[in-house]
Ligand binder design. Structure first.
Ligand SMILES: [Zn+2]
Length: 91
């Protein structure tokens, strides 16, 4: 975990990641960014999978939340507030 990954430290990490994610051949990517194929492979297995999946999940969760928010808003959130107002203690 503490070991540095030359791909993670690469200036163009985002580009490399997207190429890896899009299924470009390792040799092509390695060649293009002057990193070793072995490093790329290790990076893909141990680093990219996690960050790519996480990024995807975060995006999906955000979308889901957005969707829920829309449903909640359109289906009766407003009914909560009047009820709270009417049930004042001691009134
Ligand atoms: Zn890495």
């Amino acid at each position: 975990m503490a070991r540095k990954c030359s791909v993670c430290e690469h200036d163009d990490l985002a580009e490399i990641n997207s190429e890896l994610a899009s299924g470009e051949p390792l040799r092509t990517i390695a060649d293009r960014w002057s990193v070793s194929k072995t490093e790329l492979m290790r990076h893909r297995n141990y680093h990219l999978s996690v960050s790519a999946i996480m990024a995807k999940e975060v995006e999906e969760i955000a979308q889901a939340n957005d969707f829920l928010d829309q449903i909640t808003r359109s289906s009766g959130t407003h009914s909560v507030y009047p009820r709270q107002g009417r049930r004042g203690r001691g009134a």
